[in-house]
Design a protein around this ligand. Sequence first.
Ligand code: AMP
Length: 216
Amino acid sequence: MRLVLLGAPGSGKGTQAQRMQARHSVPQVSTGDLLREAVAAGTQLGRAAQLVMQTGGLVADDIMLGIIRERLARPDAASGFILDGFPRTQAQADGLATLLQELGTPLDAVVLMEIAPEILLRRLAGRRSCRRCGRVFHVETNPPAPGERCADGRAHDLFQRPDDNEATVRQRLAVYCERTQPLIDHYARMGLLRRIDANGSLDEVEARLEAVLAPA
Ligand code: AMP
């Protein structure tokens, strides 16, 4: 399966991608996670990306395309992937199309996760991630189960992403409307777009996602 999850920040792309990867035996490829790893490692890319991310902007298209080219060349992506947070611009969508054409592996579908704006803000305010295993939680709707631990047996170490503060969230949503939303029409014209209602519980959204991916 080669899938793109499209949707505003907080629409649940990462959470659903994490849940889907085991079921479909393909990795979640989150460009946000790859950039956060680079920031944490203090690499040249990380240093360049940090300020852009903190202010809710977009990292340059050529950098992002380089990251994706490298990531999709790894063996675990040979049988497919779930792209989460990429592409975010028309140039990235065009670059992805060229790359997949070279590899002879076209996309199967692009799923748009549609959600009410007031729910987005609530989701982002309560979002927490585990510093060690990267799993995404929500303080109200999806906290770790009592006693739940990372794969290494230690308790989850939850933190709030620095870009989940109100000012940066507003900027990220504005950037989404301006730069990423046009991709909805782009993928609709290509006949790849499937829309799902991303409001509701994790299980409800997951069921809708699987339903639009099921063969007709
Ligand atoms: P995310 O985890 O997907 O919300 O991404 C966090 C931040 O990383 C974004 O607000 C951007 O600053 C940056 N980022 C992630 N993916 C991309 C991308 N495809 N293009 C440009 N910037 C990105």
